[in-house]
Write a protein that binds this ligand. Structure first.
Ligand SMILES: O=C(O)CCC(=O)C(=O)O
Ligand SMILES: [Fe+2]
Length: 272
């Protein structure tokens, strides 16, 4: 694993809100990640969360664009909680250290992981920011996005709006089927050229949750498989948003409480 980031890479990330790390995983590591993630996915049988029977895509019906989002990607969340092997790769202290240096914090918690598979002819992922979906207000929280197979323009690579993390807001701008709707909220980016992130299998990106990003449609007969995980500063506090929290956790939490449940959001890296 290429886990040491140079100062140039950190500076690039801070300025642009994303970073591409080529050949992040070795061939052997990539093989192992694919193996354990595939097994974990088989075991989950399509259930979106570890603790509920909702099948990925089926909760889509409540949305005005019913049917559309279920065909953007299969989203399976917190595989680390149902697979010890996925836990080992996704809570790797070295990834935590990379996240800490990009976020400029002393300690890092996992928020949630997710497997994102665009099936053949999947719809594009509309332009959006991530942070407004999460249960805390924080401008540093980020995601790693690891390509488990070659990711190209044809099968739905990601795109980033450089520098947008410095200007977007924590309030929810929503997401809809129209890929460009978010630019009604951020018109200053409507005509900015995005950076595309085609990745060889085993390469990865990091992106700040406030960076405007999107992904293309899958115009191939194959899949586009990625493993992603959100990492957060260790000391974020609850803002009232449910996101991936369980009903039991929601019942206990008050706005302003620390999100420090070691079962749900363990610390995976600490400087001291
Ligand atoms: O994989 C995709 O299509 C989108 C991923 C994404 O939005 C994210 O990781 O935050
Ligand atoms: Fe996103």
């Amino acid at each position: 694993m290429k886990h040491v980031l140079s100062q140039d890479q950190i500076n690039f990330y801070k300025k642009n809100g994303f970073l591409i790390v080529e050949d992040f995983l070795t061939k052997e590591e990539l093989f192992h990640w694919n193996d354990v993630i595939n097994n974990a996915l088989i075991e989950r049988k399509g259930r979106k969360f570890p603790y509920s029977e909702i099948v990925s895509g089926e909760d889509d019906g409540i949305n005005k664009d019913a049917g559309y989002f279920g065909k953007v990607f299969d989203q399976i969340i917190n595989l680390w909680q149902t697979s010890p092997d996925v836990k080992e790769i996704i809570t790797d202290e070295r990834i935590g250290q990379m996240a800490a240096s990009l976020m400029d914090v002393d300690a890092v918690r996992i928020w949630h992981d997710q497997s994102l598979v665009k099936q053949a002819w999947a719809n594009p992922t509309a332009w959006h920011v991530d942070t407004p979906f999460w249960s805390f207000n924080n401008r540093e929280a980020l995601s790693i996005w690891v390509a488990l197979e070659d990711v190209t323009i044809e099968n739905g690579c990601m795109y980033f709006m450089p520098g947008s993390h410095l200007h977007t807001k924590l309030e929810d701008p929503g997401i809809s089927a129209n890929i460009g709707d978010v630019f009604d909220k951020y018109p200053e980016y409507r005509f900015v050229k995005p950076v595309k992130a085609e990745l060889k299998a085993g390469s990865c990106t990091f992106h700040n949750g406030l960076t405007l990003h999107a992904a293309g449609a899958n115009m191939t007969t194959g899949t586009r498989r990625a493993m992603t995980c959100v990492y957060i500063p260790h000391d974020v506090t609850f803002n009232g948003t449910k996101n991936i929290l369980t009903d039991e956790q929601m019942a206990k939490l008050k706005i302003g409480d620390p999100l420090n449940d070691e079962k749900q959001n363990p610390i995976i890296y600490s400087k001291v």
